[in-house]
Structure formats: structure tokens, C-alpha cells
Design a binder for this molecule. Structure first.
Ligand code: GLY
Length: 421
């Protein structure tokens, strides 16, 4: 099978690492990939948000499957363009990707299909949004409708802060993403991520995880894309996972199909486990990063037949996923200054020999300098992952890997997985 993998982060390195182990694979091309992915795939210099370029590449390489990591090209209709050419794509159509790209769409969809989530209002102007605050109590949850690089959610402790956040959004703080806002009731509880592989009609549970969003130890400091993750999440009991599948994922698949936008790809449900049970915080049309890295370590069976079957609308014909009875932990190593102003260009040593003893290093924002040196080229740069029978063992392995890397320009949290311990 010829596979094109779209993306260049740690999530895509983990997917490439797993796909490369498949006996069904003939050729794996990653666009644009990174130096770690280059160890298991050919790299093509097409950007992950260049939908026309990706379509051309898929045609040139006679791809049997395109696997899309990030959501940007999906929002441009990459899956629709590939479908028109008969090329299977693991990733939703533009219409179906609205579950991630429009918070207002998803909230209205949840109301139509009775999916448990927080009460909300959607507003088109600052005046309307400020008036709507009367219907809620502090803390106020204000969300830009569109994609804002994970930064479009403000939890405001006071009415004054909420009004300031609304004014900011309508003044273009998140560009077009903030032209409409959603105000939601604040939910109390603990958050977790649940993943389902979907083929347009059917969904298969594909694991759960928890990530650490704050930059500092003890879950303090600014929000990030994720500083680490672990899977499985002890919080997500069998009973809670069943609620997520029955009350969220199944009606979502049925509802999207009934509304003419069947969902194919991975559906990532951000869940709040509230005192009344699990509720949906948001959907994403992609794997979580770094949650995906932990799932790939735990997956014992072949990934490729599942992705292909999901892309071709025949998930029931693929063998179900088989998981190792172990815990995986991923520690994100970030460039100094992340998340506000990461400093790029610092030299990283020791990465080549770092994966050993059940620990695996995935690359995210790395690049090769002309002289061959590995350097930081983004905010989140490396992912140190460990797999162990116990959480403590997985964590020990991941941090031992961190300590084998010599990178004065980087940092990581030292408490990833504390909730699971
Ligand atoms: N780790 C959170 C996300 O991928 O959105």
C-alpha cells in the first residue's frame, strides 16, 4: 500500500512509526515530515496546509491512502478533493470537519441531537455577547467560533474580564475565528480525551488519554498545545467510555450522516467528567497531540487496515484494535520561551541514541542544519515516551530518555502523569 501522511509534528512521527511497521506498507511518504519521520518515511516538501499541493502529490505517488494529521488542509476540503479523484482519505470532508472548525456548529448540532454538553449562546456582535453574559454566572467561558491555534478559549473569572475578552475577540484578536463567539456555562470536573475511528456510519472506540495543557509543573502557567499525556486515563472507566460512545459518538455519526456530512477519520472528543456524568467539551477532527503518541505506543495490532477501512467506509471488515495492557506516557520537550515566544535554532545532541529500553523519542519541531546538526525549529520540539506495566515505570522510562538528551535550549515538565499515579 502506498501511503501519504500529512503533517510534521510528534503526532505524525508516532503515526509514521506505527504505519512503517505494517506488513501491508509498500511506500510511506510524509509531507512535509520532520527529521525523525525521515528515519521511517520519504519526505516531500509540500506543506500540511497546501491542499492542492497534497492532492497533486497523492496523484503523483499513486497513493492508496492519505492519512491527515492536522486539521488545516481538511478545512480547505482536502478530503473532498481526494474523494473526487477516488483516493481514500483518513480525515473528514470540509463539511464534516466543522465539528472542529466551528464551535457554534457543534453546539447547535449537540442541541439538535441531544448530546450532553454545556448550555450556550452564539453571538455575532460584542453588544449581543455582553448582554448574553446575564444568562450565565462566573466563571464565564468565552470561545471564538473558529480555529485559533488552540488559544481561542478564555475562562474569565469576573464579568469585567469576560467583557474585555469579548471586546478583544470582536476586535480581531483571533482574526476571522473570533467574528462570532460562543458563551458557555462553566462545567466543573476533570477533563479527558476519547478517540473513535469513524467510517461515516460506524465508530470504533480507539482509546482514551489525558493531557497536561498548562506549561508549568503542578498545572500552572499559560495554556499550551499540551506538555505531556498518558494513556489509558484511569478516570475513563468502562462505564464512562460506554456513555461517551452511546450518548456522544453514536448520535454524532448518525446525525452527521443524516445531515449529509458523514464523518470519516478520527473523532477526538474532549470530555468533562462532571458530577452528572461525562459531557462533551469539544470535538476535534484529528488525533490529539501528544495524546496520539501514547496511543501509538499502546496499540499492539496493525494500524493500517483500520485507517484504510475507515477511509473506505467499511470499518466492520477490519480487525478491531488490540491494546497492550500497559500505560504509555509522553513528555513534551519544548524550546525555551514556549508557548509565547519559543527560541528556535538551539542545538540538540544525543537524540540519535536516545530511544532504548522501552522508551521512544518522537520528533516534533526539529530541523537539520546544513552541517547536519539537529536544531529546535518550533515550540514543542521532542517527545520522550515510555511504556510500562505500571504508570511509575512508564514515567521512569520517559524521564530517563529526557535525561539522555543534551539540549540546554529546552525544558519539560517533570510531573507528567501525576494524576494517574
Ligand atoms: N493535546 C490537545 C490537542 O491536541 O488539541
Amino acid at each position: 500500500m502506498n501511503v501519504l501522511l500529512v503533517g510534521s509534528g510528534g503526532r505524525e512521527h508516532a503515526l509514521a512509526w506505527k504505519i512503517a511497521q505494517s506488513p501491508l506498507l509498500t511506500r510511506l511518504v510524509a509531507a512535509p515530515g520532520n527529521p525523525g519521520i525521515a528515519e521511517v518515511a520519504e519526505l516531500a516538501s509540500v506543506k500540511a496546509d497546501d491542499a492542492p499541493g497534497l492532492v497533486r502529490l497523492a496523484q503523483e505517488m499513486a497513493a492508496d491512502l492519505v492519512v491527515v494529521g492536522p486539521e488545516a488542509a481538511l478545512a480547505q476540503g482536502l478530503a473532498d478533493q481526494l474523494a473526487a479523484l477516488g483516493i481514500p482519505c483518513f480525515g473528514p470532508s470540509r463539511a464534516a470537519a466543522q465539528l472542529e472548525t466551528s464551535k457554534g456548529f457543534t453546539k447547535a448540532f449537540c442541541t439538535r441531537h441531544d448530546i450532553p454538553t454545556a448550555d450556550y449562546v452564539e453571538c455575532d456582535s460584542a453588544g449581543e455577547a455582553i448582554a448574553a453574559l446575564d444568562r450565565f454566572t462566573a466563571p464565564y467561558v468565552i470561545k471564538a467560533d473558529g480555529i485559533a491555534a488552540g488559544k481561542g478559549v478564555v475562562i474569565a473569572a469576573s464579568r469585567a474580564d469576560a467583557e474585555a475578552a469579548i471586546t478583544d475577540m470582536f476586535h480581531g484578536r483571533f482574526g476571522a475565528a473570533g467574528a462570532r463567539v460562543v458563551i458557555e456555562a462553566f462545567m466543573t470536573g476533570e477533563e479527558a480525551s476519547v478517540f473513535a475511528l469513524c467510517d461515516g456510519r460506524n465508530a470504533v472506540l480507539f482509546g482514551d488519554a489525558q493531557d497536561h495543557k498548562r506549561v508549568g509543573d503542578g498545572d500552572v502557567g499559560p495554556n499550551t498545545g499540551g506538555m505531556g499525556a498518558y494513556s489509558p486515563a484511569p478516570l475513563m472507566t468502562k462505564e464512562r467510555l460506554a456513555v461517551v460512545m452511546e450518548k456522544m459518538i453514536a448520535p454524532t455519526l448518525a446525525g452527521m450522516a443524516a445531515e449529509g456530512a458523514p464523518y470519516r477519520g478520527v473523532l477526538y472528543a474532549g470530555i468533562m467528567v462532571t458530577p452528572e456524568g461525562p459531557k462533551l467539551v469539544e470535538y476535534n477532527a484529528r488525533f490529539g497531540d501528544p495524546e496520539c503518541q501514547t496511543l501509538m505506543l499502546r496499540l499492539d495490532s496493525d494500524l493500517l487496515p483500520l485507517l484504510k477501512a475507515a477511509a473506505e467506509g467499511r470499518l466492520e471488515t477490519a480487525p478491531p484494535p488490540v491494546w497492550r495492557d500497559e500505560t504509555a506516557i509522553c513528555v513534551v520537550m519544548a524550546a525555551e520561551g514556549y508557548p509565547d515566544a519559543p527560541k528556535t535554532g538551539s542545538v540538540i545532541s544525543g537524540a540519535e541514541a536516545a530511544s532504548q529500553d522501552g522508551a521512544i523519542l518522537f520528533h516534533a519541531g526539529t530541523a537539520r542544519r546544513e552541517d547536519g546538526a539537529l536544531v529546535a525549529a518550533g515550540g514543542r520540539v521532542l517527545n520522550a515516551c515510555g511504556l510500562g506495566l505500571k504508570v511509575a515505570e512508564a514515567r521512569r522510562l520517559a524521564y530517563a530518555l529526557v535525561d539522555r538528551i543534551d539540549w540546554p535550549g529546552g525544558f519539560c515538565r517533570r510531573d507528567i502523569g501525576w494524576r494517574a499515579l
